[in-house]
Every structure is written in C-alpha cells, then in structure tokens.
Design a protein around this ligand. Structure first.
Ligand code: M6R
Length: 589
C-alpha cells in the first residue's frame, strides 16, 4: 500500500509533506520519510515507525519535496528500507509492488550498481537514474523506466538540482493538484490541504509533471492529456476522536447514524436505471475482500431468502484468477469501503469484461471503484479511520439489505422493511454496556471460536476477523453445526466460544453446539434476542439484543462483537486503531 506525497511551491515543504503523510497513515505505518530540496541540494530523512517520528524534520529547509509512509512489501520494516530511495541524483517514493524487481535488480547488480535497501522500489530509482544520466530529461527517464516495470506503482520522483516533480501511475492511486501556494501530488485527496485547489485523478499509464507553472498531465505516449478535475471541497473535515480514546470506539458508536444515512430510498428517480437492471437480473455475483466479503455473505443470505436470486460471493483475489463463469443477466456487486482495494478493482473489471453490469457499494465517492462501475450505491458511513472496519460494515449491510428488499419487490415477493434498524442499533449499543466485562476470559485464551448458523455464521466470521486483527488472538468463525466434524478437538477451557443465535428457526440447533463446547470446559458467550436463551444456564455470559428481521440480524449482532474485539485489544495492550502489519486501504495484490 503505502502513501506518497509531493509538494513544490512557496511554502516550507516539510510541514506540508508531514501533514500530508499523517493523513495517509491509514495506508501503512511501518516507516516514514521525506526528501527536501533546498538551494538545489537534496536532503533525505527516514525513520522506522510512524509519521510522528518525523516531527524533528518539520523545520528542515526547502520548498520542494516528496514523502512516504510505508506498508512493507519487499524488505523488513526498518530505516534502510524506508523511502525516499536515492540513486545518483534521483530520489523517489513509491506505492505499489514491482513484480519483476528481482530480475531488474540482478541486471543492475551485474552492471556493478550497489543497492542500499531490500526494496523493489529502489530498482526503479536505479532504472530512472540510468536513463536520466543518458537523456537528461526526468519525465522521459521516468517513462522509460516505467516501461520496464511489471506490477503496480504510483511514483513521485525528484532529480537533484531540478525544480520539478515527475509522477507516474499504474494500478495504484495518485492525484495531483494545483493550489494557491503550490502544486501537490498524493495518494489521496485527503493529504492535500490547499486553498483554491483543483485536483486531477491520474489514470493508469499517465504521467504528470509538477513545476512552478502548475501541473501538466501526459498519457502513456507522453502526449498532453486532460483529466477530469475532482470537485473542490468534496472531502470531509479532518477526523477527530473527540471524547473517545480511539477512533474505533467512536466509529462503533456511529453505527446507528451510519446505518440511518446509508439506507437508500431506491424508489427515487436517480435509481430508476439500476432498478430496471434489478428487474432483469437473474444472478448476483458479489466480489469483495475482508470485512466487505463478509457483508457480501450476509447479502447472499438475504437476497436468496427474500428474492430467490441465486447469489455467488467471491473473495476478489480468488475471483480475478478463477476464469469465473458469468451468465447473461448477472449483476456483479463490488463492495469496498475504500473503493481502492486492488483485488476488488481487478475482479470488478474482469466481471465487466465478461459482460456483467457492475454495481459499486463504496464509502468513497471519488474512488477508482466508483469510476469503474455502471451504478453506485454509496454507503454514508462517514470517514472511517480505524483500520478495523466497523461502521462501514453496518453501512454496507444497510445498502445491501435494501437492495435485497428491492429485488424481492421486483419479483412480487415479501420485502421486509429496514426502517427500524437505526433505532435498534442504538438500543443494541446500550445493551452492550457490559461487554468489557467479558475480556478476562479472552486475555489468556489460546484461541477463540465464533459460532453461528445461517446469517449468524456470516456475523460470526466478521466477529472473528475483528478480534484477530486487533488483538492478534488466533480466532475462527465457524458454522455451528460443523464444529463436531473435527474442529471440536481444539476446544478446551482456554478456548472461549462466542455463539450467535438470532434466528429462532436455527437457534436451538446452535444451542446444541453451545452445550457441546460448554461441556468441554469452554467459557461460552451468547449473543441472542431471545430471553429464554439469554437466561440459559450453560453460558458464561450473554447479551440480549433487540429483535429484528432474522436475516438482517448481523447489522445488530456484529455490534457486541466489534465491542468485544475493541475491549480485548485494549486489555492486551494493543493499538486497536493501528494494528500491526495492516493498513486501511489495500492497494497492492
Ligand atoms: O476498502 P475495502 O472494503 O475494499 O477493504 C477490504 C478489506 O481490506 C478490509 O475490509 C479489511 O479486511 C479490514 N481491515 C477489516 O477490518
């Protein structure tokens, strides 16, 4: 992933770059660095860890520079692998993965070139340096090097002594912008804070040159090209955790609002084209990753139950290489909070190539996914800062369940209402006040199971992902009925089990699994809307949810699981907002 920034203008560059990097930390926080040019001379500073480690560099001289916050792909997260990378007069920052780096590096080394890092990115610096020495033209050198690279990249490149930044984009997001006091490059609009700004989104294969004269855009043949300007002032104000200790906790609190804001009114004229397609749709294919994949699983359950539309849910990284069968009248739904997940974008692109219409469900209005899609149903969760997805999951469910209901209506079937869900989510939060008391059972756990059947199983998968990503506890979401077919062997008194029983038709069957694990000493925690189960004797603790349409219950039942993960993370001394090894936006394969 990684985040990159560049600035050239009249203001001191260091604070602009560091402030920008702080906004991009959601893309990775293994190391950070900036390069500044002052009186034609380059100075590079890099640190392992977070952008805050660069605070000392705020006063560095220079009104031209580039910066980077890293999510390690090639090479350990340490200072020598931190960007910017330098070779001769060339200095660059890179977001992406260069897949043929090993062979390119071997060729450079065979020519006697020495490398100072283990990264794929340094290879690009060497290639550009070689071409720049020959041609003396930075833009052409970057283009020449880009032509040799396989993989993904967003580059911002400096040449010592030259007052320009050259950028290139291939499968990694990159915007450039003109403001009153300079020109900018960044992985994301949020990193550019400039009065009177116009921003342009580069397309794959594009190059850009930033100078005191402004921004010039070029296509892959270096012919000048115009790209659509992003509307100004469309980004949200800088997020603030307010009275909360962590963004994640605040974002869980915002679930009811996110659900309320996201339920679309599909009877509005703006959705009439989409609704026409829904009427003709015979198959739904959903492609997504991580939490968004789990919301896809929840949607499958609802769409098949209410609308009887066969629905296939695929992990995007599998779908993209599986040569999927896409029958006529398939609607593909790509679900992605960020709208920038590389695997989801590739899967969505493939579905389109195979003749499917594409519907994007995303939280980011100007994302790559919205540009690719035929239709967009936005989630209005608001900016989500915590790396662990919380309110965006509930917001995705609000959109997808509304779609399932609309599909059902189009087929003359019962279409359940979502109207009460925001209030029920509020009530759920109130009822979850004592979830923190469950944490002692998890602190010493060897592993954790989340069990459920039907829609409960989908929520169990998401609860398990939440716990493992922010507590680092091994955890599995499992079909309650499947446990006895082998996995039960793992259960003992150091294996807490969280069971979900939100569908009365399946609850007693799930309780069989509860009895089986309880009998083997496991502490059992139950999430249910049914009083009689809430008071069951063979559970360690329970939370009583308000009742809702069973197929929609994950929108509520995930809330105690999000809170549980948060409290366990804190109890184990982790940082729930920035768990190790992860990043909010996964723009590499
Ligand atoms: O931005 P996306 O929704 O496409 O991201 C997909 C996953 O990377 C994301 O949901 C990830 O699994 C979260 N960290 C889960 O909390």
């Amino acid at each position: 992933m990684c985040g990159i920034v560049g600035y050239l203008g009249t203001a001191p560059a260091a604070p602009v770059l560091i402030d920008g990097l702080e906004k991009l930390e959601y893309r990775g926080y293994d190391s950070a660095g900036i390069a500044l040019m002052s009186e034609g001379k380059l100075a590079v500073v890099r640190r392992k860890g977070r952008v805050a480690e660069l605070a000392f560099a705020r006063t560095m001289q220079g009104d031209l520079g580039i910066g980077h916050t890293r999510w390690a792909t090639h090479g350990a997260p340490c200072e020598r692998n931190a960007h910017p990378h330098r070779c001769g007069k060339i200095c660059l920052v890179h977001n992406g993965i260069i897949e043929n780096a090993a062979s390119l590096r071997a060729a450079c080394e065979a020519r006697g070139e020495a490398f100072s890092s283990d990264t794929d990115s340094e290879v690009a610096a060497h290639l550009i340096d070689g071409l720049y020495r020959k041609e003396g033209d930075l833009l052409r050198a970057v283009k020449g090097a880009a032509g040799q690279l396989v993989g993904s990249y967003a580059f911002a490149v400096l040449a010592e002594g030259e007052r320009q930044i050259v950028c290139a984009r291939m499968h990694s997001p990159l915007i450039v912008a003109e403001g009153a006091d300079g020109v900018f490059a960044a992985s994301d609009l949020a990193a550019v804070q400039a009065e009177g700004r116009t921003a342009y989104v580069l397309e794959d294969g594009d190059f850009a040159r930033l100078t005191d004269g402004g921004v010039e855009l070029f296509d892959g043949a270096l012919s000048p090209v115009a790209r659509e300007a992003v509307p100004l002032g469309c980004e949200e104000p800088a997020p603030d955790a307010g009275a909360f200790r962590h963004f994640m906790r605040k974002e869980i609190d915002e679930v009811p609002q996110a659900v309320q804001n996201s339920i679309p009114d599909l009877s509005k004229p703006e959705f009439s084209d989409l609704c026409k397609v829904l009427c003709q749709t015979q198959y739904l294919h959903i492609v997504a990753c991580g939490t968004a994949y789990h919301s896809g699983l929840c949607m499958k359950h609802a769409a098949e139950l209410f609308a009887r539309v066969p629905t296939q849910v695929s992990i995007a990284s599998e779908y993209r290489y599986a040569d999927p069968i896409v029958p006529p009248r398939t609607l593909t739904i790509a679900v992605s909070q960020s709208g920038e997940t590389a695997d989801t974008l590739a899967a969505a692109q493939l579905a389109k190539e195979k003749g499917s219409r594409l519907l994007a469900v995303t939280n980011v209005a100007h994302s790559s996914l919205t540009r690719l899609a035929d239709f967009v149903l936005p989630t209005h969760a608001g900016r989500e800062v915590g790396v662990a997805a919380t309110k965006s999951f509930n917001a995705q469910l609000a959109v997808l369940y509304a779609l399932a209901a609309r599909l059902a209506l189009a087929r003359g079937r019962r279409a359940p209402t979502l109207a009460g869900l925001p209030t029920l989510a509020e009530e759920t939060l109130v009822r979850c006040g004592r979830i923190g008391a469950w944490t002692p059972y998890f602190q010493g756990a060897r592993s954790v199971f989340f069990l459920g059947r039907g829609a409960d199983r989908c929520a169990a998968l998401e609860g398990s992902l939440k716990l493992k990503e922010i507590s680092y506890l091994p955890s599995e979401g499992y079909a309650a009925g499947e446990l006895k077919h082998g996995t039960l062997a793992l259960v003992d008194n150091a294996t807490p089990v969280v069971a979900l029983a939100c569908d009365r038709a399946l609850a007693d069957k799930t309780m069989n699994a509860v009895h089986e694990v309880y009998a083997r000493g496991a502490p059992v925690f139950l999430v249910t809307p049914f009083e009689e189960l809430y008071h069951a004797r063979e559970v360690t603790a329970s939370v009583l949810l308000p009742r809702c349409e069973p197929a929609f219950s994950p929108i509520l039942s995930v809330i105690p699981l999000q809170l549980l993960a948060y409290h366990v993370s804190l109890a184990l001394g982790r940082d729930p907002d920035k768990p190790r090894n992860l990043a909010k936006s996964v723009t590499v394969e």
